[in-house]
Design a protein around this ligand. Structure first.
Ligand code: DTR
Length: 336
């Protein structure tokens, strides 16, 4: 009798546990759904890093979180990204801060000609800068990652070997990069990266100033047969989340995302640096692009034209009450 009732209890418990596993698990999986908006096309580096973040978060939360990604501006475009995320049109979004120069004064200082060598160093410097100064521009969102592209070069339809060649040339650039082009005598034309494809095809611009992975990712090498190695200017990016949505997440999910912040930023910097190497090889081999190295004398002339830019930024930032010199010193130190 006792043995029979032990058996019944065991069977009962076994049935309950099996039911829980069978029916409860799928309900738990994907319980939290988050939308993640991005502005450029899927194969470009901001979207590749987005897919990597999605995979890692889903894995590290054991499927408790499901991320739905929207590349190519299908949910929010480049310029509406920040306000769209604040308003909750998307839970998460990726912004390029250079597209709104006046809004992100502290973090956009990483766009100054400070000699940062690559995207890995740039990404770490940007993240550390953000962590130290906690700029007001981000007070309505939660930052999930920060990264930069690699130093920019001039990609053009005509060869640019001297300052005389760049004078008056219509080149696409935004934010700090536009200021640099102007200082070299070019005519900067501002527009987000995705709009550049058509502008180049139509001839509205004769080239662009950005990191070289775009030669391959956007197939610019088919139009721009020349690259002048200027190796200056980074564009800072940030992945941001709607604050109310963040507050609604369980603590363990928040922890997964925060633990991923620095790793994701560095991963993206590394990925970018590797893509540059592949893009250069592809541009040379498949598209016969000429890479122009400036002579030491010419390079010094180009660099000399940029000296005033950081000075000007310092004066403007001081007027706004920011510790401008300390910010510049920090960026240089963080990027070593
Ligand atoms: N250079 C910035 C940012 C940038 C670099 N590569 C990509 C790819 C996709 C979007 C933006 C960027 C720019 O020129 O906009």
């Amino acid at each position: 009798m006792v043995r029979r009732s032990i058996f019944s209890v065991t069977l009962f418990l076994f049935t309950i546990v099996t039911c829980l596993l069978l029916f409860h698990a799928p309900v738990m999986a994907g319980k939290i759904k988050l939308n993640y908006a991005n502005f450029p096309p899927a194969p470009t580096f901001p979207c590749v890093q987005m897919e990597r973040w999605k995979v890692e978060v889903e894995k590290r939360t054991n499927g408790q979180v499901q991320i739905n990604t929207f590349p190519g501006g299908t949910l929010l475009g480049a310029k509406g990204m920040m306000d769209g995320v604040i308003a909750g049109q998307s839970d998460i979004g990726n912004i390029c801060m250079a597209y709104q120069p006046g809004r992100f004064i502290v973090t956009n200082a990483t766009s100054l000609p400070l000699g940062i060598k690559d995207a890995k160093k740039g990404s770490l410097a940007l993240l550390k800068l953000y962590e130290k100064y906690q700029p007001k521009a981000f007070k309505d969102v939660v930052v999930l990652a920060m990264f930069t592209n690699a130093p920019g070069n001039v990609m053009s339809k005509v060869p640019v070997r001297t300052l005389a060649d760049i004078k008056g040339l219509d080149l696409r650039a935004s934010g700090g990069a536009a200021q640099i082009l102007k200082a070299w005598g070019a005519n900067p034309v501002g527009m987000p990266m995705p709009a550049t494809v058509e502008a180049l095809q139509k001839g509205t611009v004769k080239g662009l100033f950005s990191s070289l992975e775009v030669m391959k990712d956007f197939k610019f090498a088919e139009n721009c047969k020349y690259v002048t190695m200027t190796e200056t200017v980074l564009y800072p990016f940030s992945v941001i989340m709607n604050k109310a949505k963040w507050d609604s997440l369980p603590k363990d999910v928040q922890k997964v995302m925060m633990d991923l912040k620095e790793e994701q930023s560095l991963w993206t910097g590394n990925y970018m640096d590797e893509q540059i190497k592949k893009s250069i090889a592809w541009s040379k081999e498949v598209n016969n692009v000429e890479f122009i190295t400036l002579s030491a004398g010419e390079k010094a002339k180009w660099a000399g034209k940029l000296d005033f830019i950081t000075e000007k930024w310092i004066a403007g930032a001081k007027e706004k009450g920011l510790p401008a010199e300390e910010i510049i010193k920090d960026i240089i130190a963080f990027a070593q």
